[in-house]
Design a protein around this ligand. Structure first.
Ligand SMILES: CC(C)(COP(=O)(O)OP(=O)(O)OC[C@H]1O[C@@H](n2cnc3c(N)ncnc32)[C@H](O)[C@@H]1OP(=O)(O)O)[C@@H](O)C(=O)NCCC(=O)NCCS
Length: 180
């Protein structure tokens, strides 16, 4: 099973050490950090270095994790999308974050569909995929809707916020978006 994914406009592969600076730069954008840090604003480079180290470590420990997303047209790093389940997480999540210069092109949903398909293929016993989203993060909710997720009614408390769990059931998702 390949870890290199291709969509109409994007190439995806597991994040590597070479992507660390791009990831830190994205996380230091206020618009991106708003819903991704406990303070709702960018953190220091040192804190973001530690955070991205855990992204690379997630691949080592779990054997899966966030993919780096590259624009085919320019070759530029555009963000990170994919499966995520650190210790204590409420389920296997598909997460997404895109550099703000690339927002509004539908990259997050395009990449998310590819990684959810990859995740369901990788884990045949997985009955649903979730996304954990702040109730005020309307951009992320738009992505969840586009990839066939709906609010489950469950709430997950993290960093002092009550986050909503969006979810899609395996069979319904695969019949809508197709398997590998
Ligand atoms: C959520 C996010 C990944 C969406 O990525 P994207 O590739 O722009 O996704 P889309 O193009 O499908 O846009 C999704 C929504 O974002 C909003 N949006 C799009 N372009 C925008 C822009 N330039 N400025 C502000 N909002 C914009 C729109 O509401 C859009 O929904 P619509 O297509 O129904 O109008 C991106 O906004 C992001 O990285 N946000 C910060 C990190 C984050 O919050 N991640 C999710 C944590 S749960």
């Amino acid at each position: 099973m390949t870890n290199e994914l291709e969509t109409e406009r994007l190439l995806l592969r597991p994040m590597t050490a070479g992507d660390v600076e791009s990831h830190i730069a994205m996380m230091q954008e206020p618009a991106v950090a708003q819903f991704l840090t406990p303070e709702h604003k960018p953190r220091s480079r040192a804190e973001e270095w530690r955070a991205v180290a855990s992204v690379l470590g997630h691949w080592q420990i779990r054997g899966y994790g966030w993919f780096s997303v590259f624009e085919k047209e320019t070759g530029a790093w555009a963000g990170r999308v994919g499966p995520w389940m650190p210790e204590g997480w409420p389920g296997l999540e598909c997460g997404w974050s895109i550099s703000s210069r690339c927002w509004g092109k539908g990259y997050a949903p395009e990449a998310a569909v590819a990684t959810v398909r990859w995740t369901f293929d990788r884990f045949p016993e997985l009955s649903r995929i979730i996304s954990v989203i702040d109730p005020d993060n309307v951009n992320s909710q738009a992505v969840a809707k586009k990839i066939g997720e709906a609010k489950s009614g469950e709430v997950f408390e993290f960093w002092g916020s009550k986050l909503e769990i969006w979810a899609a059931d395996r069979e319904a998702w695969l019949s809508r978006f197709g398997s590998i």
